[in-house]
Design a protein around this ligand. Structure first.
Ligand code: PLP
Ligand code: TYF
Length: 392
């Protein structure tokens, strides 16, 4: 063949979907892929989304092209909701195919710009981060940002690593609900991070993929807002796929802040130019749905109530699992303090395999669990299995 290629390994998280589906055991528990699930294990379409979709079907006047920046009512509404009116005024937005699309456009922009090209990434991180930045040709620098044994954010490690950073280096920061650990910097640590970025002339790239699933919409946007207020230039890769439950519709945005209007417009026009040469323009439907919800007071209220229910379920499951673990003498109370869908357990690969093979409990290969995959009825069984397989 003309193709002289070796096959690539599958995504370590996404390949578990098929494995779980093919497991015949009725007691199986899926804590692997990061999607929200209700008590019944389902990921239903939100009512607010269904209503917005009906409204669009009935009233959408045309499907003609929108152009590389997509739906500007969507990006404006998301910026206001996520960061507040004053900050939204300082941002240029582009609708992108999901948060991943936003990360990739951001990476392409950094690769094209003359004095950027390196990015610092705290580990552990989402399994797709490094592939996206590598694909754009950025130089990747990593550091240990989270101490898994102690289940805490390691500000010292970040500060020590960034001592070697050069002006113009980008720094990837997850804005809330850290994937894969649920461990976010606290507010004093964020203040120190923002000050360091400003002092060293570094460019934050904030990945905000779970706003509203941690402490609340405005609370989960606080850290990003503080960084935007502290540094002149910044990028935000925003995802609406978790907080609106739109996953496969690929809804996201890239926001650009720059020291002055000319720099910001030039960066935004370069981002649009990169998009044109890549996927031309983003898909419309999911962003139209979000714009419809955020443009209507009643739908916004309905959506916020549904998001609140997701957040409450995650908090309830976290508390229940931490409590059940403590009755087995497992010190995992940190799970109750963490935010969002994920926690990362310090498990040996043999324990992760044993949990899958002997207990039908599926988690990501690095020991990450998605708390939303756990029904209240299965909490005790998971705690008992963890106690058996993880006892030191
Ligand atoms: N960033 C993080 C940390 C994520 O966990 C995800 C999840 O998939 C994304 C970005 C991108 O999500 P999406 O491309 O589905 O918007
Ligand atoms: O981390 C997760 O599970 C989600 C879903 O290549 C996901 O963010 C995982 C891998 C991937 C795309 C999405």
């Amino acid at each position: 063949s003309t193709f002289l290629m070796q096959p690539c390994p599958d995504d370590p998280i996404l390949s578990l979907i098929g494995m779980f589906r093919d497991d015949p055991r009725s007691t199986k528990i899926d804590l692997s892929v990061g999607v929200f699930r209700n008590e019944e294990g389902q990921t239903p379409v939100l009512h607010a989304v269904k209503q917005a979709e009906s409204h669009l079907v009935a009233t959408q006047p045309t499907k003609t092209y929108l152009g590389p920046v997509g739906n500007t009512a969507f990006t404006a509404a998301v910026a206001r909701m996520a960061f507040g009116e004053a900050r939204a005024q300082r941002l240029s937005g582009l609708q992108t195919p999901g948060g991943t699309g936003a990360l990739r456009v951001a990476a392409d922009l950094l690769a094209r710009n003359a004095n950027t090209g390196r990015i610092w990434i705290g580990l552990p991180t989402w399994s797709n981060h490094i592939p996206v930045f590598e694909a754009a040709g950025l130089e990747i620098l990593t550091y240990g940002a989270i101490d898994i044994a102690a289940q805490r954010f390691d500000l010292d490690a970040l500060q020590a690593a960034l001592a070697a950073a050069r002006p113009g280096d980008a720094v990837l920061l997850q804005g809330c609900c850290h994937n894969p650990t649920g461990i976010d910097p606290d507010s004093a640590q964020w203040a120190a991070i923002a000050a360091l970025l400003e002092e060293k002339g570094l460019l934050p790239l904030i990945d905000l993929a779970y706003q509203g699933l941690g402490r609340g919409i405005s609370e989960d946007g606080e850290a990003a807002g503080r960084v935007l207020d502290t540094v002149p230039d910044a990028l935000v890769a925003y995802s609406c796929n978790k907080n609106f439950g739109l996953y496969r519709e690929r809804v996201g945005a890239l926001f650009i802040q720059a020291e002055n209007a000319a720099a910001r417009q030039a960066a935004a026009s370069n981002a649009a130019d990169l998009v044109r040469a890549n996927y031309s323009m983003p898909p419309d439907h999911g962003a139209a749905v979000v714009a419809c919800i955020l443009g209507d007071a009643q739908l916004t209220q309905d959506w916020k109530a549904e998001l609140e229910a997701m957040r409450t379920r995650l908090a309830t499951i976290r508390n229940a699992l931490a409590e059940a673990c403590s009755t087995h003498g497992l010190a995992l109370e940190a799970i109750a303090r963490q935010r969002g869908m994920f926690s990362r357990l310090a498990l040996a690969p043999s324990a992760i395999s044993a949990l899958r093979e002997e207990h039908a409990i599926y988690m990501a290969p690095d020991g990450r669990i998605n708390l939303a995959g756990l029904a209240m009825a299965d909490v005790a069984r998971l705690a008992a299995a963890l106690a058996r397989e993880c006892a030191p």
